[in-house]
Ligand binder design. Structure first.
Ligand code: FMN
Length: 177
C-alpha cells in the first residue's frame, strides 16, 4: 500500500459515497438464519438480473455464505437503523425479536424492508481482504411506499430529491449515454 494511503483516511474517503443499507442473509449448516449489515450491495446486470456484495474474510458468517446456494437481501427502510446496528454487531443472537420471513429457498428477509431479493449464488471472486459474492435474482419484492435508509459519512439519514419526481427521467425517455 502506498505510504500516503492510511487506512483511516481511506475509510473516511470511502464514506463520502452515499449508499443504501442492506442485510444480506442466508442459513448456516444447521438451518439457522445468518445475516450481516452490508452497504457494499450493488446491482450488476438486468439481463440476467445480477447483484453483488462483498464480505470480509474475517466475518463470522463467511462459512455460511460460502456453503449456501442462495442468499437473501433486505434493503432497509428509514426507521430500521437499530436493525442495521444489530446486524453489524457480531452475536449469535442477531435474529432474536426481529420480524423476518423466509423466501422459497429459505433465505431470510427482514420484515418492513423497502425491497427484498432472493438470489442464487453464481460466483465468488477474490477481492483483497473481502470476497465478492455474485447472485442471480430469482424472486423479489419492492415497496415504493416505504422510504429507504441512507448511509453517508458513518451516519444514517434519508434522501430528499432536489427536483420533484415529475422532472426525473421517465421510463419512456431515452437512456443517458
Ligand atoms: C453501515 C455498515 C455497512 C457494512 N457493510 C459491510 C459490507 O459491505 N461487507 C462486510 O463484510 N461487512 C460490512 N459491515 C460490517 C458487518 O456488518 C459486521 O462486521 C458484522 O458484524 C459481520 O457479521 P459476523 O462477523 O457476525 O458475520 C458493515 C457495517 C456497517 C455498520
Amino acid at each position: 500500500m502506498p505510504a500516503a494511503l492510511d487506512i483511516a483516511a481511506l475509510k473516511k474517503a470511502f464514506g463520502n459515497f452515499a449508499t443504501g443499507i442492506t442485510v444480506v442473509s442466508t442459513r448456516d449448516g444447521a438451518g439457522n438464519p445468518v445475516g450481516i449489515t452490508c452497504n457494499s450491495f450493488t446491482s450488476v446486470s438486468l439481463k440476467p438480473p445480477l447483484v453483488l456484495f462483498s464480505l470480509a474474510k474475517t466475518a463470522f458468517s463467511l462459512s455460511a455464505f460460502l456453503r449456501a446456494d442462495h442468499f437473501g437481501v433486505s434493503v432497509l427502510a428509514r426507521g430500521q437503523e437499530a436493525i442495521s446496528t444489530r446486524f453489524a454487531t457480531p452475536s449469535s443472537d442477531k435474529w432474536a425479536g426481529v420480524s423476518w420471513h423466509a423466501w422459497d429457498r429459505g433465505s431470510p428477509v427482514i420484515g418492513g424492508a423497502v425491497a427484498g431479493f432472493e438470489c442464487r449464488k453464481t460466483a465468488v471472486h477474490e477481492g483483497g481482504d473481502h470476497l465478492l459474492f455474485l447472485g442471480e435474482i430469482e424472486r423479489m419484492e419492492s415497496r415504493p411506499d416505504r422510504t429507504p435508509l441512507v448511509y453517508l459519512r458513518s451516519r444514517y439519514g434519508h434522501f430528499e430529491a432536489e427536483a420533484p419526481e415529475a422532472d426525473a427521467p421517465g421510463e419512456d425517455d431515452p437512456p443517458a449515454c
